[in-house]
Structures are given as C-alpha cells and as structure tokens.
Design a protein around this ligand. Structure first.
Ligand code: SF4
Length: 414
C-alpha cells in the first residue's frame, strides 16, 4: 500500500506548552544549584498534590526518561545501568535514566542551554500504582543522594475500588506528612492541600476535555501530538498556569472542529486507538506512517492516564487515594477490557494498535488474550506492534511498516 507524504497541522498552543516545560526545568535547575527551594522527586502518578502543598518543587524523572527516548539516546545509556546489575529486560525508563546519570550526562543540556545536570532531590516519593520498577528506581537515587525515600504501596489488579482500598492508601498518604514536614522545614496546612487538589482536579477536567475533542470527525488531535501536549498535566498538575494553557488548547481544538479541520491536510479514512506506551524515539516516524496511509491515530489509554476524576478538595486524602487507585494500569483485566471497549466506541475507532513494549509489561495489554477477546466482541481489527518505549534496539522499523501497511489494507477492505 502506497504511503503518501502528508503535512501535519501544528497547534499554536504547542509552543506555549513547550515554553511551560522549559520554564519547569529551568526553575528546578535554579533551585537545585542555589538550594533556594526544596525539591521532591515524584513518580508520574504519585501524590504530587501533597508535595506542592508543602512548598516542594516537584521533579518527575519519567519525563526526563521520555526526553531521553525522544532524543534517541537511550541505547547509549542503558549499557551503563546493565553494567551495575539492572537487567536489559526491565523498564528502559529506569535503565536509560540511571545510565545517563552514571555517565554524567542528560538530554536536558541540549534541550535547555545552561542546564548541565538533572536536579538533586531532598526527598523521593513513589507510588507503586504503576509498577514496582519506580520503587527500585527511586531507591537507587535515594541512596545516591542520601535523601529519604517515601512510598505508597498500592493494591494491584483492582476490579472495583472499594472503601477498603481507599482507606488503606489514604492512611499511607497521611503517614507521609510528618516526615515531609521535617524535610520541608514547615508545617503542613490542610487548606493548602485542598487548594492543590482543587487545581489538580481542574487540570484533569480540562485535559480530559482536550482529549475528548478527538471524538470529532475529522479529529483535531492525534495521539502523537497528545504525548507531548500532556507534559503539563504530568509535571504541572496542582499549579494554576496549567489551567490557562489547557484552556487555550481546548479553545484551539474546538476551533479546528468548527472549521472541520483534521490533523493533516490528507483525508481521515481510518480512526485508530493506540493501546500501550508510545515508542518515544519513533513518534514522528509513526505519525507520518499512519497519516500517510490515511489513518489518524486519535486516542489512547496512555494519554488518559492523567485524568483523575475522583479528586475532591473536600476530602483531599481519601479522594487522592481513590483517584490514584482508579487508574487503568492498576485495574483488573475485565475492567481494562470494558474501558477499552468504551473508548473504541466513544472515539468511533475502526482499528486498534497494541504496542507490546518489551521492557514495560505494565503498559502492554496484549499478552493475555485481550486483542483476541476484544476483536471477537467488537469486530474491530487489531494489530500488535513489538517494540519498546525507549530502547530502539527492540523495534524493527521495516517490520512495523510492513505490518501497519497490511493492517490498513485490511481496514480498507472491511
Ligand atoms: S509503568 Fe512501565 S515505563 Fe512506567 S516506570 Fe513502570 S515499567 Fe517503566
């Protein structure tokens, strides 16, 4: 099947979002060099609101790893982590990030002139809701920096989030307050936490609305764009400026819908759902590949991971516990299947692509029969791409291209 060159339409708000991300890293860099603010490391779906409310600047190493991936540097760094005992089969976010640190380098230096290293940590806070790798990852840095490590151990394989789940997680969150007060050198204030939770909730609402615009035909947004547009929802939830940014983005997406304008100048013959991690080093290549075949990859589970509907400032600890346990990644196979079915319907998709990321089983949902079960129930064809989030040695571009072309041909014939 012939792939055509199509020109993507760029969103104006993307530049504002890029500036926000640059400011985020520069602020951390300044604080790390001067010691002017305490810095907390936090996992991407960790309890950021508590950290914000206590005045910490918050650094999310996963976004650093994603930058390593997009800059195609992971393969240079991973061997250094392997050499100290981290298997090539475990999370390539972890191995590429630790490898970069061991080599004394970071892609931040190229992306943001003046920054030479990642920020240090006064405390590291993880939540195992996404995986156990984050605990090992943060534990390594905790020893390296001599900084305390605090964590939340979350239940796994949850079908329905019950009060028993919520109360046990809420108790773990509350138990963090005392050690955090000592590190922050200030008292915890419940009103500040309520404020951070309220802002985080508003961010979640706006981000969800932005993603939902992709249900329009043609879609004004692709999954590939959303992977970078979601940066502020990850690193800035709980902060006011993020609300302004997503307000602007939503406006721009709605304007596109009003004009009937899709993401490229080409036709949108097929609408694809992406299940799994992005292949960070191939975002542009994959965007062109699908776009050139008249297929728009418009929605994903991954980008929806920063929607926290349960957050409620009236009950900050309990609602955080609920929101961070309701995530797709923590849920049972049956829940996940139902979730994806609803998304396929909502976004009017006629195909689904599963990315089987070699080093992230937690975000690879095609290993226990999900594609076959969903296809038999919905009739929507599925394709599995073998690859990885960061380690590009694990992906065959030729194979991916051939498989995607054959898949789109199959959709054309349907
Ligand atoms: S969820 Fe996957 S990619 Fe993210 S930290 Fe865990 S293993 Fe790594």
């Amino acid at each position: 099947m012939a792939e055509k060159e199509v020109r993507p339409r760029r969103l104006k708000t993307a530049s504002d979002i890029a500036k926000f991300m640059a400011d985020y890293y520069y602020e951390l860099d300044e604080a790390s060099k001067s010691g002017s603010r305490k810095i907390a490391w936090c996992t991407s779906v960790g309890p950021a609101e508590i950290l914000r409310s206590m005045g910490f600047l918050t650094y999310f190493p996963e976004t650093h790893s994603a930058l390593i991936g997009t800059r195609k540097m992971a393969e240079d760094f991973i061997p250094s982590a392997n050499a100290i005992g981290y298997s090539p089969d475990i999370c390539s976010y972890l191995t590429s990030d630790i490898g970069a640190y061991l080599q004394g380098t970071t892609p931040l230096a190229k992306a943001f002139p003046g920054i030479e290293r990642i920020p240090g940590a006064d405390v590291l806070v993880y939540n195992t809701n996404q995986c156990r790798d984050v605990q090992d990852w943060f534990s390594w840095y905790s020893k390296r920096f001599g900084a305390p490590l605090l964590g939340v151990e979350t239940h796994r394989n949850i079908e329905k989030v019950t009060p028993a789940h919520t109360s046990s997680i809420a108790a773990q969150l509350e138990n963090m307050i005392e050690p955090l007060e000592k590190i922050a050198g200030r008292r915890f204030d419940i009103d500040e936490l309520k404020n951070a939770v309220a802002l985080s909730r508003q961010c979640s609402v706006l981000w969800e609305k932005c993603l939902a615009t992709a249900s329009a035909v043609p879609s004004p947004l692709t999954f590939f764009d959303a992977t970078t547009l979601m940066g502020p929802a990850v690193v800035g939830r709980g902060l006011q400026p993020v609300l302004d940014l997503y307000g602007l983005l939503l406006e721009e997406l709605n304007e596109r819908i009003e004009r009937g304008e899709g993401v490229t100048e080409g036709p949108e013959r097929h609408r694809i759902y992406w299940e799994g991690m992005p292949v960070w080093g191939r975002l542009s290549m994959h965007s062109k590949l699908f776009g050139g075949l008249g297929a728009a990859v418009i929605a994903s589970t991954y980008c929806s991971s920063w929607i926290f509907n349960a957050l409620d400032p009236a009950a900050p600890f309990e609602s955080m516990a609920k929101a961070y346990s309701e995530l797709f990644i923590v849920r049972s196979e049956d829940y996940k299947e139902k979730y994806i079915r609803e998304k396929l319907e909502f976004f009017k998709c006629d195909g689904i692509v599963y990315h089987d990321a070699k080093t992230c089983p937690n975000n690879s949902n095609c290993r226990y029969g999900m594609p076959q079960r969903l296809q038999s129930k919905t009739g929507i064809p599925a394709l599995i791409i073998n690859g990885d989030l960061n380690d590009m040695r694990l992906i065959s571009d030729e194979q991916t291209k051939t498989n995607v072309e054959a898949f789109i041909e199959q959709l054309e014939e349907a």
